[in-house]
Design a protein around this ligand. Structure first.
Ligand code: NDP
Length: 449
Protein backbone atom coordinates (compact mmCIF):
# COMPACT_ATOMS: atom_id res chain seq x y z
CA UNK A 1 0.00 0.00 0.00
CA UNK A 2 2.92 2.32 0.64
CA UNK A 3 3.37 2.91 -3.12
CA UNK A 4 0.18 4.93 -3.23
CA UNK A 5 -0.38 8.44 -1.89
CA UNK A 6 -3.35 7.18 0.14
CA UNK A 7 -4.89 3.87 1.12
CA UNK A 8 -8.35 5.25 0.40
CA UNK A 9 -9.41 8.23 -1.68
CA UNK A 10 -13.07 9.16 -1.29
CA UNK A 11 -14.88 11.35 -3.82
CA UNK A 12 -17.79 13.08 -2.12
CA UNK A 13 -18.01 14.17 1.53
CA UNK A 14 -21.67 13.42 2.13
CA UNK A 15 -23.21 10.93 4.53
CA UNK A 16 -21.64 7.83 2.95
CA UNK A 17 -18.27 9.38 2.11
CA UNK A 18 -17.68 10.94 5.52
CA UNK A 19 -18.64 7.76 7.38
CA UNK A 20 -16.38 5.62 5.18
CA UNK A 21 -13.49 8.09 5.58
CA UNK A 22 -13.80 8.27 9.34
CA UNK A 23 -14.11 4.52 9.87
CA UNK A 24 -11.32 3.66 7.42
CA UNK A 25 -9.04 6.16 9.19
CA UNK A 26 -9.97 4.67 12.56
CA UNK A 27 -8.82 1.29 11.20
CA UNK A 28 -5.42 2.88 10.45
CA UNK A 29 -5.84 3.71 6.76
CA UNK A 30 -4.40 6.88 5.24
CA UNK A 31 -7.49 8.59 3.89
CA UNK A 32 -8.32 11.66 1.81
CA UNK A 33 -11.67 12.96 0.63
CA UNK A 34 -12.48 15.44 -2.14
CA UNK A 35 -15.66 17.52 -2.08
CA UNK A 36 -16.55 20.07 -4.76
CA UNK A 37 -19.34 21.76 -2.78
CA UNK A 38 -19.74 21.63 0.99
CA UNK A 39 -18.74 19.01 3.56
CA UNK A 40 -21.86 17.17 4.69
CA UNK A 41 -23.47 16.46 1.32
CA UNK A 42 -27.12 16.58 0.37
CA UNK A 43 -28.55 15.39 3.69
CA UNK A 44 -26.82 18.01 5.79
CA UNK A 45 -26.53 20.92 3.37
CA UNK A 46 -29.71 20.82 1.26
CA UNK A 47 -31.74 17.80 2.19
CA UNK A 48 -32.94 15.95 5.27
CA UNK A 49 -31.61 18.31 7.93
CA UNK A 50 -32.67 21.76 6.67
CA UNK A 51 -35.93 20.20 5.40
CA UNK A 52 -36.74 18.80 8.83
CA UNK A 53 -36.04 22.19 10.41
CA UNK A 54 -38.47 23.80 7.95
CA UNK A 55 -41.03 21.14 8.84
CA UNK A 56 -40.57 21.99 12.53
CA UNK A 57 -40.77 25.69 11.74
CA UNK A 58 -43.95 25.41 9.69
CA UNK A 59 -45.60 22.98 12.11
CA UNK A 60 -45.99 25.77 14.65
CA UNK A 61 -48.91 26.97 12.51
CA UNK A 62 -50.89 23.87 13.48
CA UNK A 63 -49.80 24.05 17.12
CA UNK A 64 -50.72 27.71 17.35
CA UNK A 65 -54.07 27.08 15.71
CA UNK A 66 -54.84 24.37 18.25
CA UNK A 67 -53.33 26.20 21.22
CA UNK A 68 -56.45 28.25 21.99
CA UNK A 69 -58.30 25.03 22.85
CA UNK A 70 -55.69 24.42 25.50
CA UNK A 71 -56.12 27.88 27.01
CA UNK A 72 -53.30 29.74 25.29
CA UNK A 73 -53.95 33.14 23.86
CA UNK A 74 -52.02 33.54 20.62
CA UNK A 75 -53.29 36.78 19.12
CA UNK A 76 -50.87 38.88 17.14
CA UNK A 77 -48.54 36.03 16.18
CA UNK A 78 -46.66 36.65 12.94
CA UNK A 79 -44.30 34.61 10.84
CA UNK A 80 -41.07 35.84 9.23
CA UNK A 81 -39.70 33.53 6.53
CA UNK A 82 -36.34 35.30 6.51
CA UNK A 83 -35.80 34.52 10.19
CA UNK A 84 -36.59 30.84 9.74
CA UNK A 85 -34.55 30.56 6.53
CA UNK A 86 -31.48 32.26 8.02
CA UNK A 87 -31.62 30.30 11.26
CA UNK A 88 -31.82 27.07 9.29
CA UNK A 89 -28.90 28.11 7.09
CA UNK A 90 -26.84 28.98 10.18
CA UNK A 91 -27.53 25.53 11.56
CA UNK A 92 -26.34 24.04 8.29
CA UNK A 93 -23.10 26.03 8.70
CA UNK A 94 -22.72 24.65 12.23
CA UNK A 95 -23.18 21.09 11.03
CA UNK A 96 -20.78 21.53 8.15
CA UNK A 97 -18.17 22.72 10.64
CA UNK A 98 -18.90 19.70 12.85
CA UNK A 99 -18.45 17.31 9.93
CA UNK A 100 -15.19 19.04 8.99
CA UNK A 101 -13.97 18.70 12.57
CA UNK A 102 -14.80 14.98 12.45
CA UNK A 103 -12.59 14.59 9.40
CA UNK A 104 -9.80 16.57 11.04
CA UNK A 105 -10.04 14.63 14.30
CA UNK A 106 -9.69 11.42 12.35
CA UNK A 107 -6.74 12.80 10.36
CA UNK A 108 -8.59 12.57 7.05
CA UNK A 109 -7.15 15.00 4.47
CA UNK A 110 -9.82 16.98 2.63
CA UNK A 111 -9.61 18.71 -0.71
CA UNK A 112 -12.26 21.31 -1.49
CA UNK A 113 -12.43 20.76 -5.21
CA UNK A 114 -13.82 18.37 -7.77
CA UNK A 115 -12.02 15.08 -8.31
CA UNK A 116 -12.42 12.74 -11.27
CA UNK A 117 -11.24 9.19 -11.76
CA UNK A 118 -8.35 8.72 -14.19
CA UNK A 119 -7.70 5.00 -13.66
CA UNK A 120 -8.19 2.11 -11.21
CA UNK A 121 -5.87 3.75 -8.66
CA UNK A 122 -5.77 7.42 -9.63
CA UNK A 123 -7.81 10.57 -9.43
CA UNK A 124 -7.24 14.08 -10.70
CA UNK A 125 -8.22 17.19 -8.76
CA UNK A 126 -9.69 20.20 -10.56
CA UNK A 127 -6.52 22.11 -9.75
CA UNK A 128 -4.59 19.56 -11.82
CA UNK A 129 -2.97 17.51 -9.07
CA UNK A 130 -2.89 13.74 -9.64
CA UNK A 131 -3.31 11.52 -6.59
CA UNK A 132 -2.96 7.75 -6.32
CA UNK A 133 -4.74 5.42 -3.91
CA UNK A 134 -4.99 1.70 -3.26
CA UNK A 135 -8.76 2.04 -3.21
CA UNK A 136 -11.15 4.70 -4.48
CA UNK A 137 -14.66 5.17 -3.08
CA UNK A 138 -17.25 7.04 -5.13
CA UNK A 139 -19.85 8.69 -2.90
CA UNK A 140 -20.93 11.66 -5.01
CA UNK A 141 -24.68 11.24 -4.49
CA UNK A 142 -27.44 12.27 -6.85
CA UNK A 143 -28.77 15.47 -8.38
CA UNK A 144 -32.34 16.70 -8.98
CA UNK A 145 -33.79 15.72 -12.34
CA UNK A 146 -35.09 18.70 -14.33
CA UNK A 147 -37.73 17.56 -16.84
CA UNK A 148 -37.40 18.99 -20.31
CA UNK A 149 -40.09 21.60 -21.10
CA UNK A 150 -39.91 25.16 -22.40
CA UNK A 151 -39.35 27.60 -19.55
CA UNK A 152 -37.79 25.10 -17.14
CA UNK A 153 -35.03 27.65 -16.50
CA UNK A 154 -37.61 29.56 -14.40
CA UNK A 155 -38.08 26.62 -12.04
CA UNK A 156 -36.23 25.76 -8.86
CA UNK A 157 -35.31 22.41 -7.30
CA UNK A 158 -34.67 21.31 -3.74
CA UNK A 159 -31.17 22.78 -4.18
CA UNK A 160 -32.56 26.32 -4.29
CA UNK A 161 -35.70 26.07 -2.18
CA UNK A 162 -33.84 26.69 1.08
CA UNK A 163 -32.64 30.07 -0.16
CA UNK A 164 -35.87 31.78 -1.31
CA UNK A 165 -35.61 35.54 -0.84
CA UNK A 166 -39.21 35.73 0.37
CA UNK A 167 -42.11 33.44 1.11
CA UNK A 168 -44.05 32.93 -2.15
CA UNK A 169 -47.83 33.41 -2.12
CA UNK A 170 -48.46 30.70 -4.74
CA UNK A 171 -46.34 27.60 -5.09
CA UNK A 172 -46.62 24.85 -7.67
CA UNK A 173 -44.80 21.63 -6.91
CA UNK A 174 -44.17 19.21 -9.74
CA UNK A 175 -44.01 15.57 -8.64
CA UNK A 176 -45.81 13.74 -5.86
CA UNK A 177 -42.92 11.89 -4.24
CA UNK A 178 -40.97 12.53 -1.05
CA UNK A 179 -39.70 16.02 -1.77
CA UNK A 180 -42.94 17.20 -3.36
CA UNK A 181 -45.13 16.07 -0.47
CA UNK A 182 -42.76 17.39 2.19
CA UNK A 183 -42.48 20.86 0.65
CA UNK A 184 -46.17 20.96 -0.23
CA UNK A 185 -46.76 20.47 3.50
CA UNK A 186 -44.24 23.11 4.54
CA UNK A 187 -45.55 25.80 2.18
CA UNK A 188 -49.18 24.97 2.92
CA UNK A 189 -48.58 25.26 6.67
CA UNK A 190 -46.82 28.59 6.14
CA UNK A 191 -49.91 29.95 4.41
CA UNK A 192 -48.90 29.69 0.74
CA UNK A 193 -51.38 28.43 -1.84
CA UNK A 194 -49.97 25.09 -3.00
CA UNK A 195 -50.78 23.12 -6.13
CA UNK A 196 -49.21 19.70 -6.64
CA UNK A 197 -49.03 18.57 -10.26
CA UNK A 198 -47.95 15.06 -11.15
CA UNK A 199 -47.56 13.15 -14.39
CA UNK A 200 -49.50 10.12 -13.07
CA UNK A 201 -52.37 9.71 -10.63
CA UNK A 202 -50.12 8.17 -7.99
CA UNK A 203 -48.78 9.99 -4.97
CA UNK A 204 -45.85 8.52 -3.02
CA UNK A 205 -45.46 5.47 -5.20
CA UNK A 206 -44.36 2.49 -3.09
CA UNK A 207 -46.19 3.47 0.10
CA UNK A 208 -49.29 1.60 1.26
CA UNK A 209 -52.37 2.75 -0.64
CA UNK A 210 -54.46 3.34 2.49
CA UNK A 211 -51.89 5.80 3.86
CA UNK A 212 -51.60 7.61 0.55
CA UNK A 213 -55.37 7.99 0.37
CA UNK A 214 -55.46 9.35 3.90
CA UNK A 215 -52.70 11.86 3.19
CA UNK A 216 -54.48 13.02 0.05
CA UNK A 217 -57.74 13.48 1.91
CA UNK A 218 -56.18 15.40 4.84
CA UNK A 219 -53.98 17.63 2.72
CA UNK A 220 -56.87 18.49 0.37
CA UNK A 221 -58.91 19.47 3.43
CA UNK A 222 -55.96 21.65 4.45
CA UNK A 223 -56.14 23.44 1.11
CA UNK A 224 -53.53 21.77 -1.11
CA UNK A 225 -54.79 21.40 -4.69
CA UNK A 226 -53.84 18.41 -6.80
CA UNK A 227 -53.64 17.99 -10.53
CA UNK A 228 -52.90 14.40 -11.43
CA UNK A 229 -52.12 13.09 -14.92
CA UNK A 230 -50.89 16.59 -15.70
CA UNK A 231 -47.43 16.92 -17.19
CA UNK A 232 -46.09 20.47 -17.31
CA UNK A 233 -46.02 21.78 -20.88
CA UNK A 234 -44.76 25.32 -20.64
CA UNK A 235 -43.65 27.91 -18.09
CA UNK A 236 -43.71 31.58 -19.02
CA UNK A 237 -42.27 34.38 -16.95
CA UNK A 238 -44.57 37.38 -16.60
CA UNK A 239 -43.45 41.03 -16.52
CA UNK A 240 -44.04 41.16 -12.76
CA UNK A 241 -41.66 38.22 -12.30
CA UNK A 242 -44.41 35.69 -11.58
CA UNK A 243 -44.91 32.51 -13.61
CA UNK A 244 -47.73 31.20 -15.78
CA UNK A 245 -47.64 27.41 -15.85
CA UNK A 246 -49.42 25.36 -18.50
CA UNK A 247 -50.28 21.84 -17.29
CA UNK A 248 -52.09 19.12 -19.18
CA UNK A 249 -55.12 20.46 -21.06
CA UNK A 250 -56.11 22.81 -18.26
CA UNK A 251 -56.05 26.59 -17.99
CA UNK A 252 -52.59 27.94 -17.13
CA UNK A 253 -51.93 28.30 -13.39
CA UNK A 254 -50.26 31.44 -12.01
CA UNK A 255 -47.46 30.90 -9.49
CA UNK A 256 -44.61 32.70 -7.78
CA UNK A 257 -42.44 29.60 -7.41
CA UNK A 258 -42.41 26.32 -9.33
CA UNK A 259 -40.53 23.64 -7.40
CA UNK A 260 -39.48 20.63 -9.42
CA UNK A 261 -39.32 17.42 -7.36
CA UNK A 262 -39.22 14.69 -9.98
CA UNK A 263 -36.54 12.38 -8.62
CA UNK A 264 -32.77 12.51 -8.30
CA UNK A 265 -30.26 11.05 -10.77
CA UNK A 266 -26.83 9.67 -9.79
CA UNK A 267 -24.28 12.43 -10.27
CA UNK A 268 -21.88 10.46 -12.44
CA UNK A 269 -21.58 12.71 -15.51
CA UNK A 270 -17.95 13.43 -16.32
CA UNK A 271 -16.64 11.42 -13.38
CA UNK A 272 -14.17 9.52 -15.59
CA UNK A 273 -15.32 6.05 -14.54
CA UNK A 274 -14.78 4.68 -18.04
CA UNK A 275 -11.04 5.13 -17.44
CA UNK A 276 -11.33 2.32 -14.88
CA UNK A 277 -13.52 0.10 -17.07
CA UNK A 278 -16.75 0.92 -15.22
CA UNK A 279 -19.91 1.06 -17.34
CA UNK A 280 -22.80 3.03 -15.89
CA UNK A 281 -26.35 1.68 -15.60
CA UNK A 282 -29.23 3.08 -17.64
CA UNK A 283 -30.07 5.75 -15.07
CA UNK A 284 -26.43 6.81 -14.70
CA UNK A 285 -25.96 4.70 -11.56
CA UNK A 286 -22.78 2.80 -10.74
CA UNK A 287 -23.45 -0.95 -10.65
CA UNK A 288 -21.95 -2.59 -7.55
CA UNK A 289 -21.95 -5.98 -5.86
CA UNK A 290 -23.17 -6.75 -2.34
CA UNK A 291 -19.93 -5.31 -0.90
CA UNK A 292 -20.38 -2.09 -2.93
CA UNK A 293 -17.51 -3.08 -5.22
CA UNK A 294 -17.74 -1.88 -8.83
CA UNK A 295 -16.58 -3.73 -11.95
CA UNK A 296 -13.10 -2.38 -11.10
CA UNK A 297 -11.70 -4.29 -8.09
CA UNK A 298 -10.10 -1.21 -6.51
CA UNK A 299 -13.13 1.09 -6.87
CA UNK A 300 -16.17 1.02 -4.60
CA UNK A 301 -19.35 3.11 -4.64
CA UNK A 302 -21.93 3.83 -1.93
CA UNK A 303 -25.07 5.88 -1.42
CA UNK A 304 -27.37 7.54 -3.95
CA UNK A 305 -24.81 7.20 -6.75
CA UNK A 306 -25.53 3.46 -6.80
CA UNK A 307 -29.31 4.04 -6.76
CA UNK A 308 -30.03 1.09 -4.50
CA UNK A 309 -32.07 2.83 -1.78
CA UNK A 310 -31.78 6.64 -1.82
CA UNK A 311 -31.79 7.15 1.95
CA UNK A 312 -29.11 8.68 4.20
CA UNK A 313 -28.94 5.83 6.75
CA UNK A 314 -28.37 3.38 3.89
CA UNK A 315 -25.47 5.45 2.51
CA UNK A 316 -23.99 5.57 6.02
CA UNK A 317 -24.30 1.80 6.47
CA UNK A 318 -22.80 1.15 3.04
CA UNK A 319 -19.89 3.52 3.67
CA UNK A 320 -19.22 1.95 7.05
CA UNK A 321 -19.38 -1.55 5.58
CA UNK A 322 -16.86 -0.68 2.84
CA UNK A 323 -14.41 0.73 5.42
CA UNK A 324 -14.75 -2.38 7.60
CA UNK A 325 -14.39 -4.68 4.59
CA UNK A 326 -11.29 -2.97 3.19
CA UNK A 327 -9.47 -1.99 6.38
CA UNK A 328 -11.20 -3.54 9.40
CA UNK A 329 -10.61 -7.19 8.65
CA UNK A 330 -14.38 -7.88 8.52
CA UNK A 331 -16.26 -8.63 5.32
CA UNK A 332 -19.41 -6.59 5.84
CA UNK A 333 -22.54 -6.18 3.72
CA UNK A 334 -25.55 -3.92 4.15
CA UNK A 335 -28.95 -5.50 4.61
CA UNK A 336 -31.86 -3.96 2.76
CA UNK A 337 -34.77 -5.82 4.31
CA UNK A 338 -37.13 -3.98 6.66
CA UNK A 339 -35.66 -0.54 5.93
CA UNK A 340 -37.84 2.00 7.74
CA UNK A 341 -38.71 5.20 5.92
CA UNK A 342 -40.84 8.26 6.50
CA UNK A 343 -42.29 11.14 4.58
CA UNK A 344 -42.28 14.32 6.64
CA UNK A 345 -45.51 15.51 5.13
CA UNK A 346 -48.10 17.12 7.38
CA UNK A 347 -49.25 14.80 8.87
CA UNK A 348 -46.20 12.56 8.39
CA UNK A 349 -46.32 8.96 7.32
CA UNK A 350 -43.91 6.18 8.11
CA UNK A 351 -43.49 2.65 6.95
CA UNK A 352 -41.45 -0.52 7.34
CA UNK A 353 -41.65 -3.84 5.56
CA UNK A 354 -44.17 -5.03 3.00
CA UNK A 355 -47.22 -3.01 2.01
CA UNK A 356 -50.54 -4.82 1.85
CA UNK A 357 -50.33 -5.02 -1.95
CA UNK A 358 -46.75 -6.38 -1.88
CA UNK A 359 -47.60 -8.95 0.79
CA UNK A 360 -50.73 -10.15 -1.04
CA UNK A 361 -48.62 -10.73 -4.13
CA UNK A 362 -45.72 -12.44 -2.35
CA UNK A 363 -47.88 -14.61 -0.08
CA UNK A 364 -50.54 -15.50 -2.67
CA UNK A 365 -53.12 -13.49 -0.78
CA UNK A 366 -52.58 -15.43 2.46
CA UNK A 367 -52.16 -12.33 4.64
CA UNK A 368 -54.13 -10.77 7.47
CA UNK A 369 -54.59 -7.03 7.70
CA UNK A 370 -55.21 -5.18 10.97
CA UNK A 371 -55.98 -1.48 11.05
CA UNK A 372 -56.51 1.19 13.66
CA UNK A 373 -58.34 4.21 12.28
CA UNK A 374 -58.49 6.70 15.12
CA UNK A 375 -58.62 10.35 16.00
CA UNK A 376 -55.62 11.20 18.21
CA UNK A 377 -56.83 12.63 21.53
CA UNK A 378 -54.93 15.86 21.01
CA UNK A 379 -56.86 16.32 17.74
CA UNK A 380 -60.20 15.54 19.40
CA UNK A 381 -59.49 18.09 22.13
CA UNK A 382 -58.57 20.74 19.56
CA UNK A 383 -61.63 19.98 17.37
CA UNK A 384 -59.26 18.88 14.63
CA UNK A 385 -60.96 16.21 12.58
CA UNK A 386 -57.89 14.57 11.08
CA UNK A 387 -57.63 10.85 11.81
CA UNK A 388 -54.54 8.67 12.13
CA UNK A 389 -54.34 5.31 10.40
CA UNK A 390 -52.08 2.42 11.40
CA UNK A 391 -51.91 -0.84 9.50
CA UNK A 392 -50.26 -4.16 10.31
CA UNK A 393 -49.65 -6.62 7.48
CA UNK A 394 -49.34 -10.16 8.85
CA UNK A 395 -48.40 -13.48 7.23
CA UNK A 396 -51.48 -15.63 7.96
CA UNK A 397 -49.45 -18.86 7.99
CA UNK A 398 -46.66 -17.90 10.40
CA UNK A 399 -48.34 -14.94 12.18
CA UNK A 400 -45.20 -12.91 11.47
CA UNK A 401 -45.69 -9.14 11.10
CA UNK A 402 -44.49 -8.35 7.58
CA UNK A 403 -45.12 -4.62 7.53
CA UNK A 404 -46.22 -1.68 9.64
CA UNK A 405 -47.62 1.46 8.04
CA UNK A 406 -48.63 4.60 9.86
CA UNK A 407 -49.93 8.08 9.17
CA UNK A 408 -50.55 10.50 11.99
CA UNK A 409 -48.75 12.84 14.37
CA UNK A 410 -45.21 11.70 15.25
CA UNK A 411 -45.53 8.51 13.21
CA UNK A 412 -41.83 8.53 12.14
CA UNK A 413 -40.77 8.73 15.81
CA UNK A 414 -43.02 5.78 16.68
CA UNK A 415 -42.12 3.71 13.65
CA UNK A 416 -38.38 3.58 14.38
CA UNK A 417 -39.04 1.49 17.49
CA UNK A 418 -41.55 -0.83 15.86
CA UNK A 419 -39.14 -1.37 12.95
CA UNK A 420 -36.97 -3.31 15.42
CA UNK A 421 -39.85 -5.72 15.97
CA UNK A 422 -40.46 -6.17 12.26
CA UNK A 423 -36.76 -6.70 11.57
CA UNK A 424 -36.62 -9.22 14.41
CA UNK A 425 -39.49 -11.16 12.82
CA UNK A 426 -41.92 -10.85 15.72
CA UNK A 427 -45.43 -12.25 15.39
CA UNK A 428 -48.79 -10.56 15.76
CA UNK A 429 -49.28 -12.60 18.96
CA UNK A 430 -46.10 -11.03 20.37
CA UNK A 431 -47.40 -7.57 19.49
CA UNK A 432 -50.66 -8.48 21.27
CA UNK A 433 -48.75 -9.78 24.31
CA UNK A 434 -47.10 -6.40 24.74
CA UNK A 435 -48.83 -4.19 27.31
CA UNK A 436 -50.13 -0.92 25.89
CA UNK A 437 -48.53 2.34 26.97
CA UNK A 438 -51.50 4.50 27.86
CA UNK A 439 -52.48 7.09 26.83
CA UNK A 440 -50.51 7.27 23.62
CA UNK A 441 -51.08 6.95 19.90
CA UNK A 442 -48.44 4.23 19.72
CA UNK A 443 -50.52 1.92 21.92
CA UNK A 444 -52.75 1.33 18.89
CA UNK A 445 -49.95 -0.90 17.58
CA UNK A 446 -50.58 -3.51 20.27
CA UNK A 447 -54.35 -3.14 20.46
CA UNK A 448 -55.39 -4.12 16.94
CA UNK A 449 -57.70 -7.14 16.98
P1 NDP B 1 -39.43 10.53 -5.82
O1 NDP B 1 -38.89 9.41 -6.59
O2 NDP B 1 -39.87 10.32 -4.42
O3 NDP B 1 -40.69 11.12 -6.60
C1 NDP B 1 -40.56 11.56 -7.92
C2 NDP B 1 -41.88 12.13 -8.38
O4 NDP B 1 -41.69 12.77 -9.63
C3 NDP B 1 -42.95 11.10 -8.59
O5 NDP B 1 -44.20 11.65 -8.26
C4 NDP B 1 -42.86 10.80 -10.10
O6 NDP B 1 -44.09 10.49 -10.67
C5 NDP B 1 -42.44 12.13 -10.66
N1 NDP B 1 -41.55 12.05 -11.81
C6 NDP B 1 -40.49 11.25 -11.95
N2 NDP B 1 -39.86 11.49 -13.12
C7 NDP B 1 -40.57 12.47 -13.74
C8 NDP B 1 -40.44 13.14 -14.96
N3 NDP B 1 -39.45 12.87 -15.79
N4 NDP B 1 -41.35 14.09 -15.28
C9 NDP B 1 -42.35 14.37 -14.44
N5 NDP B 1 -42.52 13.77 -13.26
C10 NDP B 1 -41.64 12.83 -12.91
O7 NDP B 1 -38.34 11.69 -5.94
P2 NDP B 1 -38.02 13.00 -5.08
O8 NDP B 1 -37.38 13.93 -6.02
O9 NDP B 1 -39.21 13.44 -4.31
O10 NDP B 1 -36.94 12.49 -4.03
C11 NDP B 1 -35.75 11.86 -4.50
C12 NDP B 1 -35.28 10.81 -3.52
O11 NDP B 1 -34.77 11.45 -2.37
C13 NDP B 1 -36.41 9.91 -3.03
O12 NDP B 1 -36.56 8.79 -3.84
C14 NDP B 1 -35.96 9.54 -1.65
O13 NDP B 1 -35.26 8.35 -1.71
C15 NDP B 1 -35.05 10.69 -1.24
N6 NDP B 1 -35.71 11.51 -0.21
C16 NDP B 1 -36.04 10.95 0.98
C17 NDP B 1 -36.68 11.69 1.94
C18 NDP B 1 -37.05 11.04 3.24
O14 NDP B 1 -36.50 9.99 3.55
N7 NDP B 1 -37.98 11.60 4.01
C19 NDP B 1 -37.02 13.10 1.74
C20 NDP B 1 -36.64 13.58 0.44
C21 NDP B 1 -36.01 12.81 -0.49
P3 NDP B 1 -44.73 9.03 -10.68
O15 NDP B 1 -44.60 8.43 -9.32
O16 NDP B 1 -46.14 9.32 -11.06
O17 NDP B 1 -43.99 8.26 -11.70
Amino acid sequence: MADYDYDLFVIGAGSGGVRASRIAASHGARVAVAEEFRIGGTCVIRGCVPKKLLVYGSHFAEELQDAAHYGWSVEGMTFDWNVLRDTVLRDVDRLEAAYTTTLDNNKVDHFHERATVTGPHSVKLASGREITAQYILIAVGAWPVMPDFPGNEHCITSNEVFHLSSLPKRVIVQGAGYIAMEFAGIFNALGCHVTVVNRSETMLRGYDAALRDRLLQITMARGIEYKFNCPIKLVEKQVDGSLMVSVGDQDPIPADVLLIATGRRPKTDGLGLESAGITLGQGGEIPVDEYSKTACASIYAVGDVTDRVQLTPIAIREGHAVADTLFGGTLRKTHYDAVPSAVFSQPPLASVGLTEAQAREMFAGNVKIFTADFRPMKNVFASRHERGLYKLVVDAASDRVLGVHMIGPDSPEILQAVAIAVRAGLTKAEFDDTIALHPSMAEELVLMR
